[in-house]
Every structure is written in C-alpha cells, then in structure tokens.
Write a protein that binds this ligand. Structure first.
Ligand code: FNR
Length: 408
C-alpha cells in the first residue's frame, strides 16, 4: 500500500521544518499544517500517540505521513480557504464568563440523542475515503468509536461498507446520504441501510455544486506518484468502484455527488420512504431550520462542511444561535466545523447545540497512528471538555448555559 507509507525523506524534511523556529510562518497559506488551522503550538513531530498534548500534534504527523494529494484532500477548504479560517477564528471571538464555587469535582458529560445516552457530546462526523489516510480506514475509526463509546456517522463515500463498519463498531452507526438522483436507486440504498439496523439517516444538503477546492488541487499537483494504480483514470466509474455503499447502484444514477437537484419535495419523499430518523446536515440559517422542522427533520446539523462547501465567510459558531432560536427546542441541533478544543465544544454547547461533531482531528489521528491515534484524539478532546466544564462552572451538559459565553 505505497500511498499510506510515510516517505522518510519528506517526513524528515517536515520534522526539520517543524522544529525550526527560523522557518515558522514561512509556508504559503495553502501549504497546510499550521498554515491552515493555525493553532496548537507544536514544535516537533511526536513519535507516539501518547505524546500528544493536543489534537494539532496529530495534524503535523498526518502531514508527514500522507502523500500530498491525500493530505490536500483532508485540509482543503474552498477557494481561498477563508471560510475554513472563519470557522477557527470565531472561537477566539467568543469568550468565557466563568462561574465559581459550583463544586465541580464530579463532571457528567453525558448527552441523550433519540433516547440513547452517550458518555460525551463528541460525535464522529462522516468523512469520505478514509482508506486514503490509513490502510484500515473506517474500520480503525469504528474500532476507536467502540473502545471509547462515541456515536459515529459513516459517509456515503466511505471506503468501507456500513455492514463492515458496524461489525467493527459492535453497535449501530448513523449513515450519511448523498442520494442517487434516480429515485429507485435511493430507495434501494435506503433499504440496504435500514436492513443493518441503522437508526438514523443523515442527509447532507450543503453541496449543491462541486466546490472549488483549490488547496486540494494544488497539493495534487505536488504529488509525483503514479495515482492511476489506485485511482485508475480518475473517472466517475473508478471513483465509485471504491465506494462500497454504492455497490449495486448504477453509476449513471449518481449524477452529482452533492445532489444539486435536491429540494424540499425530495426531503418529504425521502422522509416518507424510510423508517429511520432523518437528520439534515448543512443547515446554517433560521429560515432553513424552521423548514427542516416543518418537513419532518428529527435533528439538524449546523455545518458548513468544515469550510469546504460554500465560501460563505460565515463560521458555524455564528450560524448556530439563529438556528437554535428558530428550532426552539423542538429537535436536537448538532454542530460541526472547526472544533479542535474541549473549550470549543463547550462554546458550541453554550450556544445551544446538543452535541458537536468533529472531522479533521480524528482524520489526523487516523493518518498519524491508526486506531490508537483516533482514540487519543477522542481522549484528549474529552479530557479538555471536562476541564473546560470545571472552569466554566458546569457539572453537567445541561448546566452549560448561554450566559457562560459572550461575543468579543
Ligand atoms: C468531510 N465532510 C463530509 N461530510 C459529509 O456529509 N459527507 C462526506 O462524505 C464528507 N467527507 C468529508 C471528507 C473530509 C476529508 C472532510 C475534512 C470533511 C464534512 C464533515 O462531515 C464535517 O462537516 C467537517 O469535517 C467538520 O469540520 P472539521 O471538524 O473537519 O473542521
């Protein structure tokens, strides 16, 4: 599996660069790593997962381990990556109003979603093509979700089937959908997913057009490997042949991956067709939040796809309050995009989210150290959230209040 093996020369070079204070900040913006997501303060690459101080330590190792094209696929935003940056910058504009003398020796981080209790509000977001980051791909992530008992959402463009992921997880997983345009194929996909016992269908609606991921394209140009061995001639046929959730579905039925043809009538049809709960992922306005409730959504994910869909310049932290207000407690509101710290998660919860999804941090863990890397990312975020709750003065997730944060 040559694509997964670190190139020792590149790794050593990056290790040298990471350790060199002289070169700090000299990467162009699109060159990724610290240039894109900015924080974490890493000085040198770690050799073992247990050496990580924060999730950014995995980002640096992932960059060293991965071929440029795969790294670019993880890190990219859209166009100038301005929305990607906005997601991160928003956290520094939201400050903590800490409460004292609450008695925070015992912290309960558990949350309930659709009648099921989870030990933390940290959810594994759906991300595609994980075998491009580690040979065990989604199976390693599912095993980590099992050992740490986190809710996991599988991408429709996963490189592992839902059936295999559930076997590794040892419990149901939520399935994300990029539905085929031909209705019969969407029905077939729904039947297959329902047959696994999957309780929730997550419909992603924020990619009505293929977004212009320039950072990804720039990295692909730096990649000198022969990509045809895995990617063939890069046709749609080659792409879908590595996505087992589309097995048995005519490629011609999948016109656009993000489903630019989808509308609210499709949501009605999708909802009516399935016994699974429906979660709509990618809602960022009060108008669409109300409509989602009206059209039968059982939950919403406030998401801008980690800054890789519209170049909206609007962080999800800024979108969240209006969605929460519009939903008015009728259904759970999850949020993602840019959450890297326990304190970030606390801020999302303070603004009214029920749970927080993470994307890139666990992919960095996966690319760096496989299952153990994902587990350590989950452990670090959980430990940081616990500390954040103590400093905020909240003993349980319910006690995290809107008044504990204020905009700068
Ligand atoms: C994604 N995301 C995504 N979303 C989705 O609904 N289906 C998918 O297949 C993918 N694939 C995907 C691949 C990669 C490499 C990334 C980084 C993201 C978006 C994902 O679910 C989530 O919204 C973001 O990753 C959250 O932002 P952060 O945590 O990555 O900043």
């Amino acid at each position: 599996m040559p694509v997964h093996r670190p190139d020792p020369t590149r790794r050593d070079f990056l290790r040298f660069l990471a350790a060199s204070p002289l070169l700090a900040g000299s990467w162009p913006d699109w060159a990724g790593g610290a240039g894109l997501t900015g924080d974490g303060g890493q000085q040198a690459l770690i050799d073992r997962a247990d050496q990580a101080l924060n999730v950014f330590d995995f980002e640096a190792v992932a960059e060293a381990n991965l071929p440029p094209a795969h790294w670019g696929y993880i890190q990219t935003g859209v166009r100038d990556d301005a929305t990607l940056r906005a997601n991160r910058e928003a956290f520094s504009k939201l400050k903590l109003r800490a409460r004292r003398l609450v008695g925070v020796s015992d912290i309960d981080m558990s949350v309930e979603l659709f009648g099921e209790r989870w030990p933390t509000p940290i959810v594994i977001a759906p991300t595609g093509s994980q075998r491009g980051f580690h040979p065990e791909g989604e199976v390693a992530v599912a095993r980590a979700a099992r050992s740490r008992n986190h809710l996991m959402v599988l991408s429709n463009v996963a490189t592992t089937s839902l059936e295999d992921a559930i076997e590794a997880r040892g419990a149901p997983i939520w399935q994300q959908f990029y539905p085929p345009e031909r209705w019969e194929s969407t029905r077939r996909l729904l039947r297959r997913v329902e047959a696994t016992g999957c309780p929730v269908a997550v419909l992603t609606v924020d990619l009505p057009a293929m977004s212009n991921r320039e950072t990804e394209l720039r990295y692909a140009r730096m990649d000198t490997r022969d990509c045809t061995r895995c990617h063939g001639n890069n046709s749609g046929e080659d792409y879908f042949s590595r996505k087992p959730m589309y097995d048995g579905i005519d490629r011609a039925d999948i016109t656009e991956i993000g489903g630019g043809w989808m509308d609210w009538a499709f949501v009605d049809r999708f909802k009516a067709e399935t016994s699974m709960r429906l979660v709509i992922k990618g809602i960022v306005t009060a108008e669409d939040a109300r409509r989602s409730v009206d059209h039968g959504a059982d939950a919403i994910v406030v998401s801008n796809h980690g800054g890789r869909a519209a170049e909206s310049l609007r962080s999800t932290l800024e979108s969240l309050p209006e969605v929460v207000e519009a939903v008015d407690g009728r259904i759970p509101v999850l949020v993602d995009s840019g959450f890297r710290r326990g304190m970030d998660i606390l801020k999302g919860l303070a603004l009214g989210a029920t749970a927080v999804q993470i994307g890139r941090p666990y992919l960095w863990g996966l690319a760096a150290f496989g299952q153990e890397g994902v587990e350590t990312v989950l452990d670090l975020l959980t430990a940081e959230l616990e500390i954040a709750m103590k400093f905020a003065g909240a003993r349980s997730i319910d006690e995290i209040e809107r008044s504990m944060v204020e905009w700068a």
